[in-house]
Write a protein that binds this ligand. Structure first.
Ligand code: NAD
Length: 497
């Protein structure tokens, strides 16, 4: 069986411990590899390699660091098919979707190519007589990233390129469910010219994470995953004096106004709710039609589309939805569908009994659609992270906004309408980090920043864009006076220039 170790120093190394985790092909249900689960020793080894390499990397002229990013961009483009295939093989999403996710990660590399411009400091001439003020940004030193299973290419690429371009060393701890793509990305970074030690991939789970959080030489931690984990990482990391950004789970609503183009709204809902089998933090999991007529018309059009979803292995052409990531996750999602029925919601489309011919051991679940879901139900309150869409009916625009705002999560939200006034009011009033107007999955581009509000993000900085440049650097302000001609004398009061 394929064994996946770690990537520390010059390249891959074998796992040294006793602990291993299984990696599956979700389409067949077969275990395809085992991955080494690091403990404190491997994290220590990665930190030592980082400490040896990072000071010289930070001193490398920024234009040369940018050239490494240009090379990485080229390598990711060249290896796009290979990277996407690795994502599909271990995550299960379709190849098209996997390629899209690698491309969204690649865009962050492209943004990092502009690091000389991004790191330019600020200068004020003559802030006092003969006094100049310069502020500019320095790397943190060693940063770490802990990433979820659902985007094994994109989310490591949200973090590592910018952290490294800023002059840091970066230790990635990817999800143990799909480690092959992050390992390959680590290799491509080395090939692009990132010095050994400046990038490391340490595989594992909670033990590796705890070793990262406890390590005094790691200055900043970026995390993306479930809210319970995010909160734990934020609290533990900040208590240990680290800078932490921890992006958590979500429950994203899509409000459908009576004047919306319903066909467009249904197309959008199909992709946003069932694409990637609902395993996206920006997936729409709640549709909120406004008014009974809108709700009835929406369900009437949605139900047949959900029944007709083309389900199959992600590697097959024409497939719209692949399997879920693991058997455990499949059982959890199916359990939520059982729960919704027990809670009294109306299951309009039931995908629980779906069996994929020829792939009977695969982790497949067909699309499920609930109507008449109430805000008090657990299927509404909790993140399901599967192909399950809940319809919560509301009588008015105000009631829809109130519903969205009352939810504990605040990652993404969308409104479908032709009314500019309603769209603008909605965008102003919702307490959600990312808003789409007739755009179901409003993931900001790499040169803006990504992040939710409320319990979808712990910390002060969003991911990528300028927020990431600030997160991975600390600012220094240098005030200078040259002694030519001016004699200020001793000053005992607070200097005021
Ligand atoms: P997860 O929280 O289970 O795991 C994320 C990472 O944390 C993994 O690397 C895992 O090994 C580690 N981890 C898990 N449990 C831990 C623990 N108890 N202590 C320390 N480390 C632990 O999340 P997941 O199931 O891999 O990913 C799905 C979740 O991620 C969903 O909730 C989804 O909404 C969220 N997500 C959020 C965003 C966002 O941008 N807000 C993006 C993608 C995914």
């Amino acid at each position: 069986m394929n064994e996946i170790g770690h990537l520390i120093g010059e390249g891959r190394i074998a796992g040294s411990g006793e602990a291993w985790g299984p990696v599956f092909n979700p389409a067949t249900g077969e275990q395809t590899a085992r991955v080494a689960m690091a403990g404190a020793a491997e994290v220590q080894r990665a930190v030592e390699a980082a400490k040896a390499a990072q000071p010289a990397w930070a001193e490398t002229p920024v234009i040369r660091r940018a050239r490494v990013m240009f090379k990485l961009k080229e390598l990711i483009e060249r290896h796009m098919d290979e990277l996407a295939a690795l994502v599909t093989a271990e995550h299960g999403k379709t190849l098209d979707d996997a390629k899209g996710s690698v491309t969204r990660g690649l865009e962050v590399v492209e943004f990092a190519c502009g690091i000389p411009q991004l790191l330019k400091g600020e200068f004020s001439h003559n802030v006092g007589t003969g006094v100049d003020l310069l502020s500019h940004r320095f790397p943190i030193g060693i940063c770490a990233g802990i990433t979820p299973f659902n985007f094994p290419a994109m989310i490591p690429l949200w973090m590592a390129p910018l952290a490294i371009a800023c002059g840091n060393a970066f230790i990635l701890k990817p999800s143990e469910k799909d480690p092959s793509c992050p390992m390959r990305l680590g290799e491509l970074m080395l090939e692009a010219g990132v010095p050994p030690g400046v990038i490391a991939v340490v595989n594992g789970g909670k033990e590796a994470v705890n070793a990262i959080l406890a390590h005094p030489d790691i200055g900043a931690v970026s995390f993306v995953g479930a809210t319970a984990t995010a909160e734990y990482i934020y609290r533990t990391g900040t208590a240990a004096g680290k800078r932490v950004q921890a992006l958590g789970g979500a429950k994203n609503h899509m409000v459908v106004m009576p004047d919306a183009d319903l066909d467009q709204a249904v197309d959008a809902l199909m992709g946003a709710a069932y694409g990637s089998a609902g395993e996206r933090c920006m997936a729409v999991s709640v549709a909120v039609p406004v008014g009974r007529h809108t709700a009835d018309a929406l369900i009437e059009r949605l139900a047949p589309r959900v029944r007709q979803l083309k389900i199959g292995p992600g590697s097959e052409a024409g497939v719209e939805m692949g399997p879920l990531v693991t058997k455990e996750h499949l059982d959890k999602v199916r359990g939520y569908v059982d729960l919704g029925l027990a809670e009294g919601a109306k299951l309009v489309v039931d995908g629980r009994d779906f069996r994929m011919q020829g792939y009977e051991q695969g982790f497949f679940l067909a699309g499920c659609l609930f109507d008449e879901v109430q805000p008090s139900m657990r299927i509404y309150k909790e993140e399901i992270f599967g192909p399950v869409l809940s319809v919560v009916r509301r009588d008015s625009f105000d009631a829809a906004v109130e519903l969205v705002n009352a939810h504990e999560y605040g990652n993404g939200v969308a409104i479908f309408t032709r009314d500019g006034d309603a769209a603008r009011t909605f965008a102003n009033k919702v307490n959600i980090g990312m808003v789409g107007v007739n755009v179901p999955i409003p993931v900001p581009m790499a040169f803006h920043s990504f992040g939710g509000w409320k319990r979808s993000l712990f910390g002060d900085h969003h991911a990528h864009g300028l927020e990431a440049v600030r997160f991975y650097t600390k600012q220094k302000a240098i005030t200078s006076r040259w002694p030519t001609g001016i004699r200020a004398g001793a000053e005992f009061k607070m200097p005021t220039m």
